[in-house]
Design a protein around this ligand. Structure first.
Ligand code: SAJ
Length: 435
């Protein structure tokens, strides 16, 4: 069939698309391909996700159940845990997790597993696109050798590309269609086919010169955030030592209409992207005998913020002659950022562990997170009522969910440590400590 035929199957939407991994990246992608008219088959090892889709239900907040219902009912969207069905496809997108190992080294085992499953049934004229965030060189050095074990020739009857995912869960303004999609291929033909595939529903596809460049684009995006968050965390520490309100300074600096982008201090760096992705880059550079100092320093500063918060709590309790040991502390918000229920890498986990290690008695409230495991400790979110707030020695706001009456909380807290400037509009109080 070759490039021309595959190109025309993409153009007329008859190309059969596979998406491996139906999480917050893969399911929205599969839905968009099906919506664009492609027969789309999602692959998941988690049978409960397959069953949900076959029952026409969505388990991803940003994917309406009605879309899944419509697309499954029309036969455009299907799901399976039978990877042998990869044999029937023309294009396959890999959207699997790429976490870090405990040693902070990349764990691309899921990418390798997905690639090896593709190889088992790979036929001529297939396009394979990797979306999972990974270090530059993965597509060329890890995926390609495994895909060309047979007599496939990349750019001729095998097409391989990388296109970073830019899904921002909960973002109401930017979704898959209106977020520009970067695409880099192992050959120009690979890039063109991947660009045509995404161009079926994305408003703007941005082609770069190689898969490595596309892999690097994603790492720059998220390293940019990690480093700037670390920088503003250090600015917060400096302002504290100078007796200056860092939030006022940031807001004033943000009035500059060019050359500045505000970031805000906080209790640390959470989520499964920003704390993770930069380490993929620094790991790769280490193999080339280069130390990515900004990434390491950012990780160090961001990693110290939970301790910084606990020191603020300790100082605040000390001022009322209370030790942390034995104090009853209410933690407000445990998700890694406001508006989400995701607790992965949440700094709240570190704050809770540190306070408990100093003998504090911890209770938490988070409307998005009903229960939480911290080490061997299992906690449940308590109801937030002002009478009970008043019984705690200290309240620590770690996640700014914007669902709380901060004036009431401040009024009823003996001490309130606010790590997110949620009380910014409430003025000063001797019971209020802000980062
Ligand atoms: N954080 C700060 N200060 C800031 C911004 C964030 O302390 O100024 C903290 C957050 O509380 C959180 C962590 O950093 O704990 C990460 O926050 P994030 O805003 O970067 O949110 P994420 O992790 O959901 O990042 C995702 C990324 N999206 C993708 O990788 C596709 C990121 O590239 C987006 O820029 C980000 O969402 C976004 O803008 O919402």
């Amino acid at each position: 069939m070759g490039y021309v035929e595959l190109e025309s199957k993409i153009a007329d939407r008859s190309a059969r698309i596979g998406v491996i991994g139906l999480g917050y990246v893969g399911l929205p992608l599969a839905v968009e391909f099906a919506d664009a008219g492609f027969p789309t088959l999602g692959f998941e090892i988690d049978r409960s996700k397959v069953d949900a889709i076959l029952d026409k239900r969505s388990y991803i907040l940003d994917v309406p159940g009605s879309d899944v219902d419509r697309l499954v009912s029309s036969g455009k969207l299907d799901a399976t845990d039978d990877f042998a069905r990869l044999a029937d496809l023309d294009a396959i997108c890999i959207c699997v997790p790429t976490p870090l190992r405990k040693t902070k080294d990349p764990d691309i085992s899921k990418i390798i597993e997905a690639t090896e499953r593709i190889v088992e049934t790979l036929h001529s004229d297939t396009l394979v696109v990797l979306e999972s965030t990974t270090y530059p060189g993965t597509t060329e050095e890890v995926i390609l050798p495994r895909l060309t074990v047979g007599d496939h020739e990349v750019g001729k009857d095998l097409f391989v590309a990388f296109s970073p995912e830019r899904v921002d869960p909960g973002n109401r303004e930017y979704g898959l269609r209106n977020t520009p999609k970067v695409v880099g291929g192992l050959t120009p033909q690979c890039r063109a086919l991947a660009a045509a595939l995404y161009g079926s529903f994305v408003e703007r596809v941005l082609e770069v010169s190689s898969a490595s460049a596309a892999e690097m684009v994603k790492l720059l995006e998220n390293t940019f955030r990690s480093v700037n968050i670390a920088m503003v965390n250090e600015i917060a520490i400096m302002c504290d030592k100078l007796g200056i309100d860092v939030w006022e300074v940031i807001d004033a600096a943000a009035s500059k209409p060019f050359g500045f982008m505000p970031f805000y201090p906080g209790p640390g760096l959470g989520g499964h992207c920003i704390p993770v992705d930069p380490h993929y880059l620094s790991w790769k550079l280490k193999t080339l005998n280069y130390r990515a100092r900004f990434i390491e320093l950012a990780s160090e500063i961001n990693g110290e913020m939970p301790s910084y918060v606990v020191a603020k709590v300790g100082d605040a309790l000390n001022r009322v002659k209370l030790p942390i040991h034995g104090s009853r502390i209410l933690v407000l918000g445990v998700a890694y950022k406001g508006g989400t229920s995701d607790v992965r890498e949440s700094p709240a986990l570190d704050v809770i562990e540190l306070l408990r290690s100093k003998g504090a008695e911890i209770t938490y409230h988070d409307p998005f997170v009903p229960e939480l495991t911290v080490g061997e400790l299992r906690l449940e979110s308590v109801e937030l009522d002002m009478e009970s707030v008043a019984t705690f020695d200290c309240v620590v706001l770690v996640t700014d969910h914007k669902t709380w009456d901060m004036a009431a909380i401040l009024e009823h807290s003996r001490i309130l440590v606010d790590t997110r400037n949620a009380t910014g509009s409430l003025g000063r109080s001797e019971r209020l400590v802000r980062l």
